[in-house]
Each structure stands twice: as C-alpha cells, then as structure tokens.
Design a protein around this ligand. Structure first.
Ligand code: PMP
Length: 441
C-alpha cells in the first residue's frame, strides 16, 4: 500500500484542472510525490495521508514564525474585520513603511509589491531608469525570481527548465522556453565570489551596466557566504562606476536579523529587495533603498503598479512579524541560530560517524546540506560537484521518518523549532544515515 496514496490520488485529480498539478514548477519535483496538506501548526505539518512532519521547508522560506502562529493570526483576523484591501491608502502602509525604514539600514523609502519576483522587477527597472543603461550583471547560482528580465536556470535537482538559450559574450545563458530573447541579451552572468572577474567586467562595460544584483549570501546554491572583502569590493566598484547595487534579500531579509544581511555585514547597498519572511506567509514584498533612486516612482518616471500592493492584510502581516521578531531585543534570531547550530553540529557528526561525506554551510537560521567529497563548498563550481541524487534519496527517506526537507538541500528553521524538534530530527538523520551507509557497503 502506497504510504502517500491520498497525495498521489489528489495530484492525479489536480492534473485535470491545474496545469502540471502544482502551483509552482519547483513543487513538482518532490519525491516520492508532491504532498497534499491537511493542516499545519507550529513547526509541524500534517499531510492528507495523516503523516505528521517536522517542517524545514517552511513554504520555501516565508514561515519565520512557523505555521499558524497565534499572535500573528490574531492580527490578521483583526485586520480583516476592517476589510482586506481597498485600492485606497490606509494607515498600515505608513506604519509598515516607517518600521522598514527604521529597521533596514539602507532604507530611506520603500515600495510594496506582492512577491520577490515583482520586487526584483521593480528594483531592476528603477536601476535602468536611474542610470539610463540597460544591462544587468547577475551571478551563476543565484536566483532572483522568474521574470523574463532576470530568470536563468541553474543546475539543481528541484529545478529543471528547458528551452531558451542566448549567447552573451562567450557564455551560454539558459532561460526557459517562452522567455524574451531580448531580456536575456541584457544579462551578463559572472561567477560569484570572484573579485577579479567583477572588476574586469564592470570596468569594461561600465557605460552599459545599470545594476549589479546579488544575493548577499548565495542561499540558493549552497548557502555560501561572501569571501572576506568581496562585498566591500562590489560596493566600491559599483559606486565608482555609478552602477546601482541591488542586494536581493528575499531570503536573508528578516532572517539573518531584522535588518537582513546588509545590517549584519555593515554594508549599504543602493537598493534591497525583501519578501518571504517579511510577512510570515502572506504575499508581500518590498524594494527599499536610497531616496534619490526611489523618487523616480514619486516623479512618475518609473511606473510601479499592482492591484493588491500594500493591501491591509499584507501590511498587518508585515507589522505582526516585525512585532514578534523584535521582542526581547531580537532574542528570536539568537534562538533560531542556536537551534540551527544544534542541528548542523548533530547532522555533521552523525553523517561522519556513518562514513557519509558531507558539507553543511550555515548562515544564522538557514543552512545547506550537501553530500560531497570536499572539505568545504565556497563557490558555485564546487557546489555543482555535490551528489544531488544521494541528497534526493536522503530527503525522501527523511520524509518517511517524519521530517520534511526540500529536495535541493536548503533547510530553514523558524521560531517554532526548538530542542524537541532537534532531537526528533537527529534521531531520524541517524536512522536514514545508517540505512544509506548499509545500502552502500
Ligand atoms: N530572490 C530570491 C533570492 C529568492 O530566493 C526568491 C524565491 N526563492 C525570489 C527572489 C523570488 O521570490 P518569489 O518566489 O516570492 O517571487
């Protein structure tokens, strides 16, 4: 009897009506099958086959407070009593805008939208309008949403795209079928953590480049931290050439601390994009940054649109997350980091004992587990050498043991995860590691 029968049957039914059966392409890759959820609470999720899991996927990042957090939910119910959206202005937008400018060191003004993809689209548009230039520099292994303007695929077991390729210089950029060829022509892809490559390209193309966009930590490919001095160099070069520096903090924002990676690293980008955790699971994102650039919106030079932008539910969610995460002087971030460290220390030790070679890169409450025959992973090329098939198998076995992790290796920890969850998880890791090791010998 298939352990996931109800999920399998629902997927079959969904495929009659929903293209691909799932609502975002990435979700189709889950093994042994995309799961259907009954309900979720705290750090846990219950599927339609009545299996309970500790959730480290956390909806790909937004659930920084876990599922159905009581105080968060209460604020949403309260907001909804007054109507969820107006297409008019309201107090919540001002209060959230004010809080964000207080919290984010680079934020003089903010603009709201609904998803990380939209925030990145706006930031890139602002940069092009501000500089009068068209090209965007981005990096291999980073992800900035699925818009035509920036999407490129990269090797990952939970992501495969087919189709469009465009030669940019000597590099082949791969996008998705249906993507505008002209958008791809405006992209320059560089290896990350390589200051010489950056300096050479920015110097050579300085008059064409509007923006450099980067994840401050390469969370989407190995949770790799910038090498010492690299982000400082990027800041220095972009300032020198009048290029807008955009830090895509859709993952790191509200996760490496309320002020995100740019507060943690003490560097001021010109613009940041935030999303995911900022509203705890309700659609909301923002671009924040220098008034001098943001004023293009006020002047009407840059159009920024969206029917549901800044709606009352979203702003209430953003304010509720800030309220929870600000308690006790940001103790929540210390606790989450502590929980993640207990996990990463435990996982490293268990895998080592069972003869499984792995690297775990951790940044605060997020980490990436890779099976790889290297002592460290600090660049994209090395990341690509990991045994992703083995990880996919590990993730599937973990699911059988009641632990939900993404098939690509990135784990998120929320405020709802504590020592009990850590113990249960490490017990599961031990069982799975033993099974994998036995199977190999
Ligand atoms: N930027 C980064 C760094 C991301 O990780 C993501 C989503 N994984 C996005 C942008 C796009 O966000 P969304 O899925 O909300 O459109």
């Amino acid at each position: 009897m298939n352990r996931y029968l109800q999920s399998v049957e629902r997927l079959q039914e969904a495929k009659n009506y929903v293209a691909g059966g799932v609502a975002s392409s990435l979700r189709a890759s889950m093994k042994p099958t995309p799961l259907y959820v009954q309900k979720a609470y705290g750090a846990r999720i219950l599927d339609v086959d009545h299996h309970e899991y500790i959730d480290y996927m956390l909806a790909y990042g937004p659930l920084i407070l876990g599922h159905a957090h009581p105080a968060f939910n209460e604020q949403l119910y309260e907001a909804m009593q007054k109507g969820s959206t107006y297409g008019l202005q309201h107090e919540g937008e001002i209060r959230l805008g004010q809080r964000l400018t207080e919290i984010l060191p680079c934020a003089e003004q903010v603009a709201f939208s609904g998803s990380g993809t939209e925030a990145v689209m706006l930031a890139l548009r602002l940069a092009r309008a501000y500089t009068g230039r068209t090209k965007t520099v981005r990096f291999y292994g980073h992800y900035h949403g699925w818009s035509d303007a920036i999407f490129t695929s990269f090797p990952s077991p939970d992501f495969s795209s087919s189709g469009n390729t465009e030669a940019a210089g000597s590099e082949i950029i791969q996008g998705t079928a249906g993507q505008s060829q002209n958008s791809l022509k405006d992209l320059i892809l560089l290896p990350w953590n390589d200051p010489a490559a950056l300096e050479e390209t920015l110097t050579k193309h300085q008059h064409e480049i509007s923006a450099v966009i980067t994840e401050p930590v390469m969370c989407n490919s190995g949770c790799i931290a910038p090498k010492p001095g690299y982000m400082e160099k990027m800041r220095e070069l972009t300032a020198k050439f009048g290029i807008v520096l955009i830090w895509d903090e859709v993952i790191t924002g509200f996760r490496l601390g309320l002020g995100g990676a740019h507060e943690r690293f003490g560097i001021l980008p010109d613009l940041v994009t935030i999303g995911k955790a900022m509203a705890g699971g309700i659609p909301l994102s923002a671009v924040a940054g220098k008034r001098d650039i943001m004023r293009l919106i006020e002047e009407g030079t840059v159009m920024h649109l969206g029917t549901l932008n800044g709606n009352g539910l979203a702003t209430a969610a953003g304010l509720a997350v800030i309220q929870e995460l600000s308690k006790s002087d940001g103790q929540a971030f210390k606790d989450m980091e502590h929980t993640a460290t207990l996990l990463t220390d435990g996982i490293r030790s268990i895998l080592r004992t069972n003869g499984l070679q792995a690297v775990v890169n951790q940044q605060g409450p997020v980490f990436h587990l890779m099976f790889i025959d290297h002592s460290e992973v600090s660049d994209f090329d090395t990341f690509n050498l990991r045994d992703s098939q083995l990880y996919t198998r590990f993730a599937e076995e973990m699911l059988h043991e009641g632990i939900l992790v993404r098939p690509n290796g990135l784990w998120y920890v929320s405020t709802a995860h504590g020592e009990k969850e850590v113990q249960e998880t490490l017990t599961a890791v031990e069982k799975v590691a033993q099974r994998i090791a036995a199977h190999r010998s």
